[in-house]
Design a protein around this ligand. Sequence first.
Ligand SMILES: NC(=O)c1ccc[n+]([C@@H]2O[C@H](COP(=O)([O-])OP(=O)(O)OC[C@H]3O[C@@H](n4cnc5c(N)ncnc54)[C@H](OP(=O)(O)O)[C@@H]3O)[C@@H](O)[C@H]2O)c1
Length: 333
Amino acid sequence: MKADEKRQVNMEQNSRIYVAGHRGLAGSAIRRGLEQRGYSNLILRTHSELDLADRKAVHSFFMEEKPEYVFLAAAKVGGILANDTYPADFIRENLEIQTSVIDASYRCGVKRLLFLGSSCIYPKLAPQPIKEEYLLTGPLEPTNRAYALAKIAGIETCWSYNRQYGTRYLAAMPTNLYGPGDNFDLQGSHVLPALIRKVVEAKLAGERKLMVWGTGTPRREFLYSDDLADACIHLLNLPEPIYDSLLTRDEAPLINIGTGEDLTIRELAELVSKVLEYQCELIFDTSRQDGTPRKLLDVSRINALGWRAKTSLAEGIRRTYESVRPQLEPAPQ
Ligand SMILES: NC(=O)c1ccc[n+]([C@@H]2O[C@H](COP(=O)([O-])OP(=O)(O)OC[C@H]3O[C@@H](n4cnc5c(N)ncnc54)[C@H](OP(=O)(O)O)[C@@H]3O)[C@@H](O)[C@H]2O)c1
């Protein structure tokens, strides 16, 4: 490809780039990643400045700001309990946010948009590792079905706008994320931040036993948030012919993002205590649900596009711990 051709299609340093949800786990990493790469014209709004579920307000905002590229990382996100208790809120708010942003992007001529979904869109009992083509091939996990269906509708919305209006929108499905800015509240947090917090608390209390939910045998995959950001920026910067090859009429414009490697919850708990340098005996609370035995994304599609995760799990845990250490560990007097 000629240099000029490349310049025309990739994000320029001064391109107008909107990161929706820039204060969340994924969105803050995307913002950081863009700033580190010298992108200087980011458009950012907090939830209180712009409610993305308000279609009129979103439309006016897009007409005023005229973004050229959009990372859609804003969503109503929660753990199993929240999803199970408030399914109506999860489906309504996510449908509203994504429909407003995707439609406004079309109406003001956004060049490329990346919609973030989640691996929960795939059938509960999908073969492993999970390929993009397994979408809609079986029943979903019931506890977050409303959320998953909203995300599936988001993929279909991108695909439908591409087919009907010639837009060029992609949907990325990340595996479990972790990183700075994660939720460390034990009631609502995911397994990895919860383990970091539990090990810190055990260390402070001098407690040598660590309670882990479930049997410790389910296998899970974890992606560091800065690696997700790197993948998202890589996708929106793909050269034109490669980007075009992802936008076909026959296949959803869907790309898994993960490390391609998983480990058991027991191995994860051992790794967290090793990185935090506090060895404890693991006790498994088998009265707690294990969930799906294995959830690993097939990442051959994104690997073939020239992207691979770079941060080892141990390094990602260390950086996440360092980012939250001042809040979790009181400074010595
Ligand atoms: N975390 C994971 O493990 C994971 C895994 C796979 C995929 N993802 C996907 O990545 C995306 C982002 O997830 P995340 O973990 O970064 O979530 P998060 O930390 O909860 O961030 C979501 C962001 O969206 C904003 N937001 C929510 N509703 C809004 C509204 N009506 N108007 C404007 N802003 C609104 C939130 O602002 P407020 O906090 O101010 O409401 C927050 O900044 C989601 O699509 C999720 O499915 C996440």
